[in-house]
Design a protein around this ligand. Sequence first.
Ligand code: MN
Ligand code: MN
Length: 475
Amino acid sequence: MKTESEGKNLQKSLTHKWHNAWDKLDNEELEKALAVNERYKSFLDTGKTEREASDEIIRIAKQNGFISLDCFIESNKSPEGGEKLYASNKGKGVVLFVIGNDKLEDGMNIIGSHLDAPRIDLKQFPLYEDSELALLKTHYYGGIKKYQWVTMPLAMHGVIVKPNGDKISIVIGEDEQDPVFFITDLLPHLAKDQMDKKMGDGITGEGLNILFGSIPYKDDEISDKVKLNVLKILHDRYGISEGDFTTAEIEIVPAGKSRDVGIDRSMVGGYGQDDRACVFTSLQAILAIDKPQKTAVALFVDKEEIGSVGNTSMASKFFENTVAELVNLTDKNHSDLVLRRALSNSCVLSGDTLAGFDPNYPEVMDKRNTPYIGRGITLMKYTGSKGKGGSNDANAEYLNRIRKIFDDNQVVWQMGELGKVDQGGGGTIAYILAGYGMEVVDCGVSLLSVHGPFEIASKADIYMTYKGYKSFYEA
Ligand code: MN
Ligand code: MN
């Protein structure tokens, strides 16, 4: 038998190599991984906005035995170990709990992710007619590259609340029989001045106007006939008039379903994977938990993409207040101190998507310290920009605990950071939870074309993230 050279053995024991997650999947696990991704795609298609994703999470949670926290509050019943609860934050955020054997005071294992994704919102007085076309004014939401959103089919999702309080949910453009919407771009033949501009200026925010209709209402006595005709269609179909736009929340997203990408079908392409990749995998993980030692929490928040502000965001008191309700039910000696301890003794994976290495743009990433799609769940010690500014910088001791959990459970993982030093940067909800004294580290799925209308994830990473999250809850 050939023996390895001394140097080879030394190299094996002293150097570190990252693994490709596909290499680590045997046939049985591969089948599981592909099945998880089929559910992932339908989750992406059902929940394309924060409201829809929120509804879908609650629907799935109820199906799996989760009961509304309000039921426990009303009956003043203390949930036992293994009981499953949910609470909704205004239909735009959800928290799921699986009660553990330990007291809440000893802390929880929390995975937090966000339900909102970059998109284009209608303005509050959007409809106008110009050149016998009906158009809708918009104001984009989150970090988009505006040029990516023109000349593609768009769908309209949202709610309209009428003066009598009736709430109408609309989804137009997802069914193949539906019409879609559109933002025009200039033909190349006449785009000389546009093409000379910087990329960021080629399409302007005020230029993102939605093409909405073009048939005039038949009446020679009036002007703005096309506008009137689309208003009549809206009134006939939904019973709304122009004034109802003022209070509506209508979001424009790319139309259509998520798809397999690649001849080997190894990737998922679809809208809103930042951050529904982590939303879905943490949801699947908590559904798989029965009687954890520590209370398992899946927290889904809104408004991350605009800086975690507002009453449905991570910065709102919703989560803290919900845990206070829970402490009040489970602990007879409930005091503010018990709540503080429950929060500060908690451990968090801040589930957010990260930028995978893109061979088309190697210049913005440090190849040795960037995540790669296909190398499993990504841990990111810090985010931030310009010298880690604004970052939650996870503690070495905590990082090591997470590393051990992943290694002990055959979770393929990698460590990375967001781009080269001083190339840009970003943040997540991590620092807000860290503010309670919790141990927090960013940990999620790395994507290609993050924030694009169609983002790419590796199916192996989706599976490993699910597996990693589940092992965190079980640890
Ligand atoms: Mn994100
Ligand atoms: Mn984002």
